[in-house]
Write a protein that binds this ligand. Structure first.
Ligand code: ATP
Length: 352
């Protein structure tokens, strides 16, 4: 039942605002793709166009190769999961699951069969007679998803379903969502501004900024090989350190000099000489004793700490196991250069 989704040069303008700009991407059957980006980047507008609530200004949306242009939302075979997994509180789980089928005029016997089948797949059979307001969040998530899946949608769309929940709950629901997705192999488009959510659940992530797709790739790819400065800075917590550097090339090697280090060899190849950015993630810096860089303050995360270390007029964030340094210590810094990024100061592109 599940389908392939393709967006081709999709665009949406609201008067002067270009909410979505020439967006092209495709989701394979059974793939879980997140649209990730800050508020106002065009995620919800994209989802609304796929669902049929907004009409594109240009471009096309294809489901299994067929354009859905002109089809009203109810004819699109799309399952929408609402924010906070809202379920009908006064109705039983059974009635909640049957709701969409009833609305479509599916007969009683067929409804009962479909509800039973989906309840089994989502481990809800013991809860079928429980009222919506007697469910915990994990059960509600499963009911909300079940209510959508029972209608056999070709695509499932979720728009920030966890945005109002507390952090601990979100963490456990993420794990369960991933499990459900793995079992059911549905094509899912998931909208979120939360990179942890996107990173932990997605097969691929489409990062958007100001209506434009910045990059699409696996979580690992967008973390390790971002294409530009926006993606490099948006992904990763604490964020990547950007250090001004002077690039020298020669003998087939690229090296950089920063405020604190001279001639750091990044590798073989070539790069435009001049001033650029060296990007180093907080987990990719080691500290040592007897250096010259002062630890200004530290934040404890539990097993790890974030050190804020002064480095040539800026503060670098460095994640270390707890207890390695104290405020006021002077440390040496060693960058893991295999993982460093060189970012062109003019174009913001990450250099290969
Ligand atoms: P958020 O997470 O805050 O909803 P978003 O990434 O989903 O953000 P959109 O809601 O898609 O972004 O909005 C993209 C841009 O389009 C924003 O500048 C927004 O103000 C504008 N926009 C969205 N809907 C409309 C509308 N109906 N009329 C005018 N402008 C709109």
């Amino acid at each position: 039942m599940t389908a392939k989704l393709e967006l081709r040069d999709l665009e949406k303008r609201f008067d002067e605002t270009v909410a979505v700009k020439k967006l092209s991407l495709s989701l394979e059957k059974g793939e879980f793709v997140s649209l990730l980006g800050p508020s106002g980047c065009g995620k919800s507008t994209t989802l609304a166009m796929v669902a049929g609530f907004e009409t594109p200004t240009a471009g096309s949306i294809l489901v299994d190769g067929q354009s859905v242009e002109g089809l009203p939302p109810q004819r699109r075979r799309i399952g929408l999961v609402f924010q906070d997994y809202a379920v009908f509180s006064k109705l039983s789980v059974r009635a909640n699951l049957a709701f969409g089928l009833e609305a479509k005029g599916v007969g009683r016997a067929e409804r009962a069969k479909a509800v039973q089948a989906i309840a089994e797949r989502l481990d809800l059979t013991n809860l079928l007679d429980r009222r919506g307001d007697r469910l915990n969040m994990s059960e509600m998530q499963r009911v909300a998803i079940g209510r959508v899946l029972v209608t056999e949608p070709q695509l499932v769309l979720l728009d920030e379903p966890m945005s109002n929940l507390d952090a601990a709950l979100r963490a456990s629901l993420r794990g369960e969502m991933k499990l459900i997705q793995k079992q059911l192999q549905q094509t899912v488009l998931y909208v979120t501004h939360d990179q942890v959510e996107a990173m932990s659940m997605s097969d691929r992530i489409a990062v958007m900024s100001m209506g434009e797709l910045q990059q699409i790739g696996t979580p690992e790819e967008i973390y390790r090989r971002p294409r530009n400065r926006f993606v490099a800075e948006f992904i990763g917590d604490p964020p990547i350190n950007l250090i001004a550097c002077e690039v020298q090339t020669g003998g087939g090697q690229v090296a950089v000099t920063t405020a604190g280090h001279r001639g750091l060899v990044l590798g073989r190849g070539s790069a435009p000489a001049g001033r650029h950015w060296l990007g180093i993630r907080p987990h990719d810096i080691r500290i040592g004793t007897g250096g010259s860089f002062p630890v200004r303050f530290l934040e404890t995360l539990g097993a790890e700490e974030v050190l804020h270390v002064e480095y040539g007029g800026q503060l670098l964030q460095i994640v270390t196991p707890t207890g390695q340094a104290r405020e006021g210590d002077r440390v040496s810094l060693q960058f893991d250069l295999r993982r460093a990024l060189l970012i062109d100061a003019g174009s913001d592109a990450v250099l290969p």
